[in-house]
Design a protein. Structure first.
Length: 270
């Protein structure tokens, strides 16, 4: 498995297929396997790169120097440099969209297109910020994501009414339950605080290129509801799509719809 040492830690990534580059940036608490349906389809005609966030999947611990989403964007740019990718289309879901927008603003000449999915680059609304921080504190103090916490956290990522016995739900539940205390305390919890304590980027959205930006949101996304997607799309002046029958992890709840939308967007950009 390929790794790149960045800021003293190994960043794990996959690099599959040939053609114009597509960088997939996933959600908090998920590794690059969340993109499996899209990697399979897109790599038939594109070079698909997907990374594991620090402390997720096979990547190392959150580097001590990483204190903001801007740091994550800079590290992703270092990965593109290492892979000699001059331009890429970035598809970011949730926190992947949060730092993806920062990468597009940091190095616009390197981004051929930007898709932000189930994300919001404004500050976290204060009630939810406090709520998420309280969950993170419980995880940090206990050193595990206990069953009561799993019953709170896991449903957040899916559309209301999803079958809790489904493989998608159960696999995610099991992965979170298995996270060891050191990984939670050294990487997962601090990465959560970086994510939910982010600064406001809404005022800079007008700097993005509307013609090469797309906003996508699950129509039943609870943590990042459609009104946030519409607000960002209006500030950018770009189109936005709602994914039917999908919550936050829309690319896995309705993979056919999302993959088709991405292929359409990529065909317009390349």
């Amino acid at each position: 498995m390929p790794y790149l040492i960045i800021d003293g830690q190994p960043l794990h990534y996959i690099d599959q297929g040939t053609g114009p580059a597509v960088l997939l940036a996933g959600s908090y608490l998920w590794d690059q396997n969340m993109w499996a349906p899209q990697i399979s389809a897109l790599s038939q005609q594109y070079r698909v790169i997907a990374l594991d966030l620090w402390g997720h999947g096979q990547s190392g611990s959150l580097p001590s120097t990483t204190t903001s989403l801007d740091d994550i964007a800079r590290q992703a740019l270092a990965l593109l440099d290492h892979l000699q990718v001059e331009r890429a289309t970035l598809v970011g879901l949730s926190v992947g969209g949060m730092w993806g927008a920062r990468l597009a603003l940091l190095a616009p000449q390197r981004i051929n297109g930007l898709v932000m999915m189930g994300t919001y680059v404004g500050v976290e609304p204060e009630p939810t910020r406090q709520y998420y921080f309280s969950l993170l504190q419980q995880i940090e103090e206990g050193g595990s994501i206990t069953p009561p916490l799993l019953d709170i956290i896991v449903p957040i990522f899916f559309r209301p009414g999803i079958d809790p016995q489904s493989a998608l739900y159960q696999d995610f539940y099991a992965k979170l339950a298995a996270l060891p205390a050191d990984r939670l305390r050294e990487s997962i919890v601090p990465m959560g605080r970086i994510t939910f304590g982010r600064d406001d980027l809404l005022s800079r959205l007008g700097e993005l290129d509307a013609a090469s930006t797309l906003i996508i949101c699950g129509e039943q996304d609870t943590p990042r509801p459609p009104h946030e997607a519409l607000e960002m799309a209006e500030l950018i002046g770009c189109p936005y799509l709602l994914v039917p029958e999908a919550g936050h992890i829309s690319n896995l709840e309705n993979p056919a719809f999302v993959t088709a939308a991405l292929l359409t967007f990529l065909a317009q950009r390349n």
